[in-house]
Design a protein around this ligand. Structure first.
Ligand SMILES: [Ca+2]
Length: 264
């Protein structure tokens, strides 16, 4: 979302921990809500701040974050009257005593920053509140093993889909993004470690999670792997299968990939 924000008004305090600010965005109206997060004890090394602004009130800090498209969360440090707006792609570090800071995260439903090819990490929030980062690589087409290797080298893994919620998010949000739409991508899952490649329940991720197969939620019209081969298969999501799972030879080398990691 790279649109100009014009904030109309502060609606008010819903709960002690939650408040919303409405903004007009290109004629439409959206709200950006923040929820207070727990801050750990002791000293904090806050990474990724984009702006450090003097403010006198918490609401001003929230307003700054609402105005700034890159702002994902913020810390308000009351004793110093400082607002730290954060974007996880920045490398800046700020040290603070946790007891002096309150931390608010943007929580308005499904949230997605479309990833840019060979760009930085794009932030996303799923329906269940889980936070993810995605990094898109469409100009290099590789085997699944190469995608795994590269994603791991940057502290991540290939796009991982183990639940209906995640699949829904991928199909209805992520794959609508420019550069993602119309392409095929490796998914974290293979039966290469299995004793029996033709068994249908042997797909695992790079962290040994079992990829569900006895469901029509994740897999395409075949309702599961359909290659039934005597050699390993890897999972991809393909445009022509409406981005449902399909098993293909792991030796495919012309496939694009998205690296993913979960925010903590
Ligand atoms: Ca197949």
């Amino acid at each position: 979302m790279n649109v100009m924000h014009y904030c109309a008004s502060v609606i008010g305090l819903y709960f002690v921990l939650l408040f919303a600010i409405t903004c007009h965005v290109s004629g439409g109206q959206v709200s950006k809500q923040f929820k207070k997060q727990e801050t750990p004890e002791g000293a904090l090394q806050l990474t990724g701040y984009i702006k450090r602004q003097p403010v006198t009130r918490l609401k001003q800090c929230a307003g700054q974050c609402t105005h700034d498209d890159a702002c994902f969360d913020f810390y308000y440090i009351s004793e110093e009257n400082i607002c730290l707006l954060r974007d996880v792609n920045e490398q800046n570090v700020y040290s603070i005593q946790a007891s002096q800071a309150v931390h608010y995260e943007h929580i308005t439903g499904v949230y997605l920053e479309c990833p840019v090819n060979n760009g930085g990490w794009a932030k996303a929030r799923l329906q269940d509140g889980a936070l993810y980062l995605f990094r898109l690589f469409t100009s290099t087409a590789v085997s699944q093993a190469q995608a795994v290797e590269y994603c791991q080298s940057i502290g991540s893994y290939p796009l991982r889909i183990l639940t209906a919620e995640k699949m829904d998010f991928v199909q209805n949000n992520l794959t609508h993004c420019l550069g993602v739409s119309g392409q095929n991508f490796w998914v974290d899952g293979t039966n290469a470690e299995a004793a029996n490649y033709s068994a249908s329940d042997t797909y695992t991720t790079t962290e040994n999670q079992i990829v569900p197969v006895n469901t029509n939620v994740l897999w395409g019209s075949s309702k599961g792997p359909n290659d039934n081969a005597n050699e390993p298969r890897c999972i991809w999501i393909a445009n022509r299968f409406s981005y449902y799972f399909d098993d293909v030879p792991c030796t495919f080398s012309g496939v694009k990939y998205i690296c993913e990691k979960q925010l903590v």
